[in-house]
Write a protein that binds this ligand. Sequence first.
Ligand code: ADP
Length: 328
Amino acid sequence: MNTKIKRIGVLTSGGDAPGMNAAVRAVVRASSYFSVECVAIYKGYQGLIDDETKLMNARSVNNIINKGGTILKSARCLEFRTPEGRKKAYETIKKHTIDALIVIGGDGSFTGAMIFHSEFNFPVIGIPGTIDNDIHGTTHTIGFDTALNTVIDAIDKIRDTAISHNRLFFVEVMGRDAGHIALNTGIGAGAEEILIPEEDMGLDRLLESLKRSEKTGKSSSIVVIAEGDKTGKNVFEIAEYVEKNLPYYEVRVSVLGHMQRGGRPSCFDRVLASRMGVHAVESLLKGVSNVMVGIDNSQMILTPLESSIKGKTKINKNLIRVSEILSV
Ligand code: ADP
């Protein structure tokens, strides 16, 4: 173990995700286990600039493993994008004699961490927390599994009303420009079609598919659409287009929105966050820095922050095939 690190700072940054609290808890408790102090920084990088910090102990993180959101709060901080802002942040680090930083967030937060590392030669480790699952170097990000379960619940409810009224529902789910949420929930909820940014399905193919569905006796249908899909139209425009071309369908749109980011983390996310938090602390104490903790094949792995930001996550082609076969 690297005895130079006596005090670790931890913050949550960017979009919140269920399971971030479990990660904070793991970082605080693992620090305590290894007899290292842990300082919480509130509101992401903003709190580092404004000196909003608190010394934690193992008991400070009681009863948070089951809570959504982040008790440390999160913020988007423009000032940290400037050298002056980062200098102020470094002054807070020095003032509190923090020796290393664990950043729980998405690719934006990791970009900030990487720049901070290079400017001040300061040890940083990232933990991926985002529902979008769009970070290279991990098959799962913290929050993704919970979001999938939230979406599945919502679509199951929408299906009840779709069946009762013979309606076609377009459900828009989050994911920015990644289709992981749409593809997985589309299969899990038994959607007829799934539109994701990675595959340009095109509106004509969608119409053909819906025509086929109608001919084979489907009177209600669910189509899951990723928010960043490539048809060039938003979900309301797609619905309008389909209604115009297939008048026998009564179309409704449901945009699930921010409810997908909230809620109690699933067991999977709690375990993932716990493992990642422990691995981040252990790695820092071994002298590793400028990397992100990830999971692959059930094993904890480390990826340079730079690759985690620049690498593209790949959509699982097998899932696309399964969805095509099952929407027959
Ligand atoms: P996420 O981490 O979820 O991708 P953002 O993209 O909003 O969320 O990034 C979170 C924060 O990380 C930003 O508010 C900013 O403080 C910091 N950040 C993002 N990009 C940079 C950058 N290029 N340089 C410095 N800091 C950055």
